[in-house]
Ligand binder design. Structure first.
Ligand SMILES: [Zn+2]
Length: 212
């Protein structure tokens, strides 16, 4: 059986291949999740709820978690993350969204897709997947950051601007992706973001928007 075991992403002791952490580190990883009081991230212009906030004190667990997720696409942890975020979010009370919206994707199944699928399954909410990245032409590179954000993506589905929307992404840093999605969707009033990890950076437009 030994050859089927893998190293824990944090302490490198052996653990089951479908898990990210060994049992001890997993307990710590759950302890470091945001309580319902800390779920809402204040740094963004819309409501962002995240299971983890990546600050220095939790770096020892969030960093290996992110790197382990980068290393492979596995569905199981996303189901666990989704169950826990839905539970913690429901303690504060929320209106069930009518539609889950995904960020534009290069691959058919990426982390955001697994995250959306797990949340959609739990909440019984359909997933809309029609956000498309606009190619930024070289001439557009001179545009200021705000203009570039506005041009970053467009929506190819039916009009959802009057609906209660849940935008999901695996990680949020500057919030530029969610902001571009919000604009592309016609600036819906009811727009909430759920993410695994929030890492607010003031005034910085992150170059890599996703974990992978
Ligand atoms: Zn461990």
């Amino acid at each position: 059986m030994r050859e089927h075991l893998r190293a824990c992403a944090k302490c490198r002791s052996l653990k089951a291949p479908i898990e990210i952490f060994c049992r001890d580190c997993q307990e710590l990883a759950v302890e470091f999740r945001n309580s319902e009081r800390d779920l809402l991230q204040e740094a963004y212009p819309f409501e962002v709820y995240s299971l983890y906030t990546w600050y220095d004190e939790v770096d020892s667990i969030v960093r290996p978690l992110i790197y382990a997720l980068k290393g492979g696409l596995i569905q199981r942890p996303w189901t666990d993350f989704a169950e826990d975020l839905v539970f913690r979010r429901s303690l504060i009370g929320f209106h069930l969204p009518e539609q889950i919206v995904l960020p534009p994707r290069k691959n058919a199944r990426d982390h955001a897709w697994y995250w959306a699928k797990a949340l959609g399954h739990l909440l019984r909410v359909p997933i809309a997947d029609f956000l498309v990245s606009d190619d930024i032409q070289s001439s557009q590179k001179q545009l200021n950051i705000q203009r570039r954000k506005e041009r970053q993506m467009h929506w190819r589905g039916e009009d959802l601007s009057q609906k209660n929307l849940l935008f999901v992404d695996d990680a949020i840093t500057s919030g530029a992706t969610a902001q571009a999605a919000h604009l592309a969707l016609g600036s819906p009033t009811n727009f909430e973001v759920w993410t695994l990890v929030a890492r607010p950076r003031h005034g910085v437009i992150a170059s890599s928007r996703h974990i992978c």
